[in-house]
Ligand binder design. Sequence first.
Ligand SMILES: Nc1ncnc2c1ncn2[C@@H]1O[C@H](COP(=O)(O)OP(=O)(O)O)[C@@H](O)[C@H]1O
Ligand SMILES: N[C@@H](CC(=O)OP(=O)(O)O)C(=O)O
Length: 437
Amino acid sequence: MLKVAKFGGSSSASGEQLKKVADIIKSDLDKKYIVVSAPGKRFGEDNKITDLLYLCHAHITYSVPFDQVYKMIVDRYSEIVKDLGIEFDLDGELNEIKEKLGKNISVDYLVSRGEYLNAKILAKYLGYKFVDAKDIVFFKMDGTLDEEKTSVVMRKVLNQAGNAVIPGFYGTGALGDIKTFSRGGSDITGAIVSMVMDADVYENWTDVSGFMMADPRIIDNPKRIRSITYRELRELSYMGAKVLHDEAIYPVRNANIPINIKNTNNPEDPGTMIINEREKLDTDLPITGIAGRKDFTVIGLQKFYMNSEVGFVRKLLSTLEMFDITFEHIPSGIDTVSIVIDNENLNGKLEKLLSEIERVCKPDALNVYKNIALLAVVGQNMAFTTGVSAKIFNSLGENDINIRMIDQGSSEMNIIVGVAEKDFEKAIKSIYAAFNK
Ligand SMILES: Nc1ncnc2c1ncn2[C@@H]1O[C@H](COP(=O)(O)OP(=O)(O)O)[C@@H](O)[C@H]1O
Ligand SMILES: N[C@@H](CC(=O)OP(=O)(O)O)C(=O)O
């Protein structure tokens, strides 16, 4: 039996947490490859090391003194090393980083030091080998994973290493520089190690006892999801349930490796199993989970006889292509079509995009709705159950929540609802309550 275990920032936020991590690892010899994030928050108002490193880089870029932020980082690691009581040359490591803290330091290199140092510390505490992610994770020129090179090199290095601790979140770019995944990317590193080493299970250790039916920061004590398919999980994590990065699903799903979400603070809890087959799901609830995100803009077009104008949607989408904008959903009616765009992708381009849409599509009306939140109600059982959408829309209606958009994928595995951002939490609460009476 081979297990890959990834411990997130919440599991490694302090010496005390890292001691729990070590106990978990030592109590199960199948956990051979350990992936670790940078120290996360110890309490609500605390800072994640990765955020402090980004902040430090911003100070350097704008030539603002960064000593105070840098000191906060140094203090956190000093405390961890002290609490663990290990002999660790922290000063030597920090000096190496400090020497590079000039104007031209790459942001990816600097933020990757969060996981680098944490993995080195944990390896020392466990007596495991430290394997630097820069030597086993490789990216292509376009920034995507170089799966071939990564597989060959990682397999060779890890087979020789025996038990090893690997920093998550980064690897080496095509030009030999350090590159990171997007935020939360240590989950992806864990999934890649699982795939390449052909693990029997990928354990993802965090601070909650599994994937919940809804965000526990919005719903008090939500029901735990005992088992969920990769597809459902991807929908939920993409839509904001960031327990697991949505891009971490692909490598393990392809290799058919189950993921087990577990709680470092409650290791006995079974957590959530993420598997391939719907038939083996341990649930008969019509919906599996609810997730959502704020910060969307909806652009709505109306045009009489739009449905008979050949190529209308193509023209509309070509305007997005022109500005290099991706979209989330495109619900349409007979004479209407809307595009839902993540604000991050609009990035100051909205006015220019609207004028191009006017020019190319000549709509009768063009409306923009800002501050939209999207909610996704997800479940593979939904396609086989009647009345699910009625329940969702009734619950929103009963709570006076105005629905701004509805979309349902062809898989019938999710229903997406757009609401005003101010109604976001209320909407999640009312849908959750409707399915948990
Ligand atoms: N549906 C959900 N189920 C469980 N946790 C959720 C859900 N949606 C959001 N979360 C939040 O995700 C957090 C865990 O993710 P994250 O902070 O990235 O963990 P880590 O630091 O271990 O990587 C939980 O503490 C919880 O607040
Ligand atoms: N430390 C990185 C990568 C990561 O995956 O962190 P976490 O496991 O705490 O989500 C980040 O904050 O984005």
